[in-house]
Design a protein around this ligand. Structure first.
Ligand code: LRH
Ligand code: MN
Length: 388
């Protein structure tokens, strides 16, 4: 029997970090649809993120993206966040939007460009010092489009040099999360295409170098939960960029395209001890709400992670282990499917009430009238998006 109180206690401790860029306008190369009431600066993004925390109780931090969230005084921005009961989480570097980076950033054949890119990464650590952030998230759009375009091994050496310099700059309580991605914007090679490449670079550096699993960055059909289990086993799972996809890096709401996959991932997280906050696994969302209302979509996304986690916590692990030991294939699979088919929504609603929250976060948010307020208030100024 599932120990309901133990499930609730674990869910109460879970923390889900929100991406500042999810509150701004986003889209595809075909169109970025502007929505009304969109924040115009990081201060307003944090105010919107605070709404997600206010109604879910488990999302007290916002990841920033530099330069999209550049401000004159990051310590002041951190105080602003604190005034909303929020804190600034991971700092995301951006070496993918400058013309100099056409042939790569830290892997670029031109040492001047490599220096420029590395200096940006180091500046992001300066920002972490000001915001009190622990995590630097490193994603490189670096890669090639045609065989022969550049030397694969030489590019790996250049990457290793930059990572080592950043690693040496990290403070005692800081670390970086190296993000891999199979393709896009490069279409022949990406210099960090998969978990193996990311892991090899991190193992070469030390304990402050970890790997982040963006659930949209794999080839179709990839068993992502196996990768999660292996990274936990190696002590190198720094965190997740949660989203979901039907085809490519669609950045849709986590769990919306494949809730069963998210359940399987959260089972391996639980099995590998990753739900223990002491292990430091960062559960971050990395999504774009191109057509749906952004704050409500972030609330829904947090709820989707909670539901997958509650289902994973409902797996009768002793019964499962016994069935596995007895080579009872159907029995073991049945234990997993019983948990997955458990409706955990009543338990989560109960927990929210015990946490002093409304059992239905989205309905409560809609009743708050917050969206009407920001639509009326945020007139003029440039709405935030994927541009500095
Ligand atoms: C790259 C990525 C990365 C972020 C960006 C917003 O696809 O997943 O994590 O920098 O999206
Ligand atoms: Mn990502």
């Amino acid at each position: 029997m599932t120990d309901v109180q133990a499930v609730k206690d674990a869910l109460r401790l879970q923390r889900i970090e929100l991406p500042s860029w999810a509150f701004g306008n986003s889209g595809t190369r075909f169109k970025v649809f502007a929505q009304r009431g969109v924040p115009r600066n990081p201060y307003e993004k944090i105010a919107d993120a605070a709404q997600v925390h206010a109604f879910t109780g488990v999302a007290p931090s916002v990841a920033l993206h530099i330069p999209w969230d550049r401000v004159d005084d990051f310590a002041h921005l951190a105080k602003h966040a604190d005034s909303f009961g929020m804190r600034i989480g991971a700092i995301n570097s951006n070496v993918f939007q400058d013309d100099d980076y056409m042939l790569g950033s830290v892997t670029n054949p031109d040492p001047r460009v490599r220096r420029k890119a590395t200096d940006h990464l180091l500046e992001c650590v300066d920002i972490m010092d000001a915001t009190g952030s622990r995590d630097l998230k490193l994603w490189f759009s670096d890669g090639t489009n045609y065989p022969g375009q550049d030397d694969t091994l030489e590019r790996q050496e250049r990457l290793a040099v930059a990572l080592a310099e950043v690693y040496a700059r990290l403070g005692d309580h800081q670390r970086f999360l190296l993000e891999y991605k199979l393709f896009e914007p490069a279409f022949y090679t990406m210099d960090v295409p998969d978990w193996g490449t990311a892991l090899v670079h991190c193992l070469a550096l030390g304990p402050k170098a970890t790997v982040v699993v963006d659930t949209g960055h794999h080839a179709p059909g990839t068993n992502i939960e196996f990768i999660v289990a292996m990274l936990l086993r190696a002590g190198k799972l720094g965190g997740f960029d949660f989203n979901s996809r039907f085809y490519a890096d669609d950045d849709l709401m986590v769990g919306s395209a494949d809730p069963f996959q998210l359940f399987r991932i959260m089972w391996e997280v639980r099995r590998g001890g990753g739900l223990d906050p002491a292990l430091g696994v960062a559960f971050m969302l990395d999504q774009c709400h191109n057509i749906e209302p952004k704050i409500a979509a972030q609330i829904r996304s947090v709820m989707n992670v909670q539901e997958a986690t509650a289902k994973a916590l409902s797996v009768d692990s002793e019964e499962l282990a016994a069935a596995q030991r007895n080579a009872d294939v159907l029995g073991a699979n049945g234990v997993m499917m019983d948990a997955y088919n458990t409706d955990v929504r009543p338990l989560l609603a109960e927990l929210r009430v015990e946490m002093g929250l409304d059992p239905d976060p989205i309905a409560a948010y809609k009743r708050s009238g917050y969206l009407d307020g920001i639509v009326a208030e945020r007139v003029g100024g440039a709405p935030a998006g994927w541009g500095a």
